[in-house]
Design a binder for this molecule. Structure first.
Ligand code: MG
Length: 334
């Protein structure tokens, strides 16, 4: 045991801090609350065990505990603010679903926390100052924003082919042309800008009569975050676009949707992400892959909404089926 004497290290998500650790487990939890804002009843402490296998309660004195040799424990739990935000979403979702509207978001509090963490906010601030994106067009007032990954989303970057066009996802140009009617389009890849420009040119989307891309972004605008289930990963924070002056404040959580085959790229903004099926094995799949064709319909359907921030995109296919049924019953649209 080591309770009474030295301090304890506590890990909470990406954060780590020290507590004095006197008294009992209840006192320890109150100390952790002062540090994190997470109420004792919400805290789950991992790595603590009572001596002799006795039951552990808030009244157990710390001196009766077997602590890890590292004197490090882990706390899991969410703040009331995070929980309230999730509950509010869920309540709105229930309301709107009753109205026969869209399927809505109810995100995991742990996911919300990633964007809220001060160290992640600081990283974002640094990107906002250091990275100056080049606009290829002006933001169009009233348009929503579509952010697209490249590898495995628009293009199979692994299969080999004589011409890159053989690896282009079916329906890509039609998809971009249709989306462009209601959305400004940003391409964001976790690679370098040279590669992004080259690929976009080869895929024939850099100059096209039916659409103009708003901007290309690369790995320099991404941030590294820690997440309990993914570990340490690089992700694409949409707030970079929402807050960077060059985009003029036209976009926010209410009008942005992002497609990526890796959901970890959504960690800073889980609700805005739609996990697309990866386009792999292009030679086999290019005759059957209809993902972009179907997603065109989805984008078109949700373009009517003034607020996208409550949609649960992981259910997009179910939603689309419902929408098509409703449209079928009502007859063809005018
Ligand atoms: Mg990808």
């Amino acid at each position: 045991g080591a309770g009474a004497g030295g301090g304890l290290r506590v890990r909470w998500g990406a954060r780590e801090f020290e507590v004095r650790g006197g008294g009992d487990v209840g006192a320890l939890k109150r100390e952790i609350e002062r540090e994190t804002g997470v109420q004792p009843k919400r805290q789950k402490l991992l790595g603590l065990r009572a001596k002799g296998g006795a039951a552990l309660s808030d009244a157990t004195p710390l001196k009766d505990l077997v602590l890890p040799k590292t004197k490090k424990i882990m706390m899991m739990g969410s703040t009331e603010v995070a929980i309230a935000a999730v509950q509010e979403d869920a309540a709105k979702a229930a309301e709107l679903e009753e109205e026969g509207g869209f399927d809505l978001a109810c995100e995991d509090p742990a996911m919300l926390a990633v964007a809220e963490r001060p160290e992640n906010q600081e990283k974002l601030e640094r990107r906002l100052t250091a990275v100056q994106p080049t606009l290829l067009a002006e933001p169009r007032p009233g348009k929503k924003l579509l952010v697209l990954d490249i590898d495995y989303t628009l293009f199979d970057h692994v299969s080999s082919a004589e011409r890159p066009l053989e690896l282009r996802r079916p329906f890509l140009l039609e998809f971009l042309a249709a989306a462009y009617r209601a959305y400004d389009i940003v391409i964001w890849s976790a690679t370098g800008m040279k590669w992004v420009e080259l690929k976009m040119k080869e895929l024939g989307v850099l100059r096209h009569p039916d659409f103009t891309l708003l901007c290309l972004l690369d790995s320099s605008a991404m941030v590294t975050v820690h997440d309990p289930s993914y570990g340490i990963v690089n992700c694409k924070p949409l707030a970079f676009i929402w807050r960077h002056g060059v985009f003029g404040g036209h976009y926010g959580a209410h009008n942005t949707i992002m497609f990526d085959d890796l959901s970890r790229n959504f960690l800073m903004n889980p609700q805005n992400g739609l996990k697309i099926r990866p386009f792999k094995n292009a030679h086999r799949l290019r005759h059957t892959d209809r993902e972009l064709e179907k997603l065109t319909d989805y984008l078109e359907a949700i373009a009517e909404l003034s607020d996208l921030s409550k949609l649960r995109h992981r259910r997009w296919e179910r939603y689309l089926a419902k929408w098509n049924r409703a449209r079928g019953e009502a007859g063809p649209p005018p």
